[in-house]
Design a protein. Structure first.
Length: 264
């Protein structure tokens, strides 16, 4: 019973969950959707999992486009999703995913959600170590239950924690896209930069170039914060956010893990 987990991740939380779930399910392939075009695959799986962080109560655009245009999924494949978020918006994002799959005449059979440490530096810095440890141990326990449910193949299983009215979620998501089209201008790099190029390699949309050994951002930004959160010199910041605000990336994942998983 082979499973493929397709994931999108900025700061590694989603990859951590993919790894834990793969371990529980066995015979599982993990694929980073950055650069992935699976429209004519020879990949075969009995089940497909779609894993992503919630962005503004919805799907990251890259995941939405991937499911709409590239994901190869046969009519009889079992499809589930595992989303993660700091506090809310999981059910609304699953609703969006259901609609996207329905537009391709495919079904989302089950949807799960887990809370993970926040990575959105616009709102807050990294959690304390204690809180992170609590998040990770709760998520590890949650994954065991989720894996058991997936094995049972329910046809219509959806969790509801962190639910907010769909209209509010939709407004929040629309605002986010408006914001994304402006906010790429707000990253900047300070003198700590060591010109290592990690920000260039880790950007899932290839939106960064080094010019005179310093990163320069284009317009195709998901706001995943990978560039900012993985910079080893903590040199990338956002206008309006204090440079002292602590950065976060998942401690069980390395930048290289995300980079080598990319399908480029
Ligand atoms: C642009 C952006 C939007 C986010 N929106 C939400 C949200 O609506 N609700 C929430 O609870 N967390 C939100 N988060 C937090 C992430 O979903 C959460 O930290 C997730 O675990 C990050 O996963 P990753 O490490 O795989 O990128 C947001 C994060 C970012 C960067
Ligand atoms: S990751 Fe940081 S140190 Fe490396 S090139 Fe980018 S900004 Fe500079
Ligand atoms: S520029 Fe930074 S925040 Fe935007 S998509 Fe690339 S890595 Fe993510």
């Amino acid at each position: 019973m082979k499973t493929i987990l397709y994931y999108f991740s900025g700061t590694g939380n989603t990859l951590m969950l993919a790894r834990l779930l793969a371990e529980e399910l066995g015979d599982t392939e993990i694929i980073n959707i950055a650069g992935c075009n699976d429209s004519t695959p020879d990949r075969k799986a009995d089940a497909i999992g779609i894993l992503y962080p919630v962005y503004a109560c919805g799907l990251p655009k890259m995941m939405c486009d991937f499911v709409k245009n590239n994901l190869a999924v046969k009519a009889d494949t079992y499809v589930f999703s595992l989303t993660n978020y700091a506090s809310f918006g999981g059910p609304a994002s699953l609703h969006q995913l259901k609609d996207v799959l329905r537009s391709r005449d495919r079904k989302l059979h089950a949807g799960f959600g887990l809370s993970m440490p926040p990575n959105d530096i616009m709102i807050c810095g990294a959690e304390s170590q204690e809180k992170q440890t609590k998040h990770f141990s709760e998520a590890a326990a949650g994954i065991k239950t989720i894996a058991q449910t997936i094995r049972e193949r329910p046809e219509n299983y959806f969790y509801h924690k962190g639910r907010i009215p769909l209209f509010l979620a939709w407004l929040c998501y629309k605002f986010f896209f408006w914001y994304c089209t402006r906010e790429f201008k707000k990253f900047y790099v300070n003198n700590n930069c060591i010109s290592c190029g990690i920000c260039v390699k880790i950007c899932p949309t290839e939106n960064i170039k080094l010019v005179n050994e310093r990163p320069v951002w284009g317009k195709n930004c998901e706001q995943c914060l990978a560039c900012l959160q993985w910079c080893p010199a903590v040199a990338i910041h956002r206008k309006g956010i204090p440079e002292t605000r602590s950065h976060y990336h998942n401690p069980t994942v390395k930048a290289q893990d995300l980079i080598k998983d990319m399908q480029r």
